[in-house]
Design a protein around this ligand. Structure first.
Ligand code: ZN
Length: 206
């Protein structure tokens, strides 16, 4: 007896980084397609039409329509930066400056997060000059964040911390100065230490 029929085979066509709406942070994704093959004795022989495609988060394994790759941190009508976006940018820059040097990997991570996930694009050179100005004229971030915390919901507060953790770990390590800025941000936003530990466990390798 000859056994034949069709069989779905999942293939990964693209990989990259995206903002996972479930994890609320930047993670790696796989863009997958399920192709149907004509099979003979369960061996795929002839590819048929593509059946479906989806994007999968490498951390939580949630799957999304491919439109998720266009998902932005905040939708505003353009022009004016939302308070949430400003807070993310300030928090990330504070962490970037925490170890006393402007690390290229960290700067690139800040740049990636700003440009991929907010509607207000900035060039790497412009970001660099914003950071250098702030380096000379550093204001305590706690004061700013404490003031705006009542305007943010829990998901946004955790989003700010997650972006900060992404920046802190982008050079491969989180040092004590970075950790103390992260603690300061969590405190100012009213995120508990227990919740911060959970976010760090999800976010940071080891
Ligand atoms: Zn996820």
């Amino acid at each position: 007896m000859i056994i034949y029929g069709t069989k779905g085979v999942t293939i990964t066509t693209k990989k990259g980084q995206f903002l996972c709406p479930n994890c609320n942070r930047v993670n790696k994704y796989r863009h997958k397609k399920v192709k149907r093959f004509f099979h003979l004795y369960w061996v795929p022989i002839i590819p048929l039409n593509t059946e479906m495609e989806f994007v999968e988060c490498s951390v939580c394994s949630a799957t999304y329509e491919t439109e998720v790759l266009d998902y932005k941190i905040n939708f505003n009508d353009g022009g004016i930066q939302s308070i949430f976006e400003q807070a993310i940018q300030k928090a990330m820059i504070q962490i970037l400056l925490a170890d006393g040097e402007i690390n290229t990997d960290e700067l690139k991570m800040v740049h990636l997060i700003i440009n991929r996930f907010s509607y207000n694009d900035i060039s790497l050179a412009d970001l660099d000059s914003v950071v250098r100005k702030l380096e000379v004229n550093q204001e305590p971030i706690s004061k700013y964040l404490t003031a705006i915390a009542p305007l943010l919901n829990d998901r946004e507060k955790e989003g700010i911390l997650n972006c900060g953790l992404n920046v802190a770990s982008s050079d491969g390590k989180v040092d004590d100065n970075e950790l103390s800025v992260i603690l300061e941000i969590a405190n100012s936003l009213g995120v508990s230490q227990t919740r911060l530990k959970e976010l760090m466990q999800i976010s940071l390798p080891n």
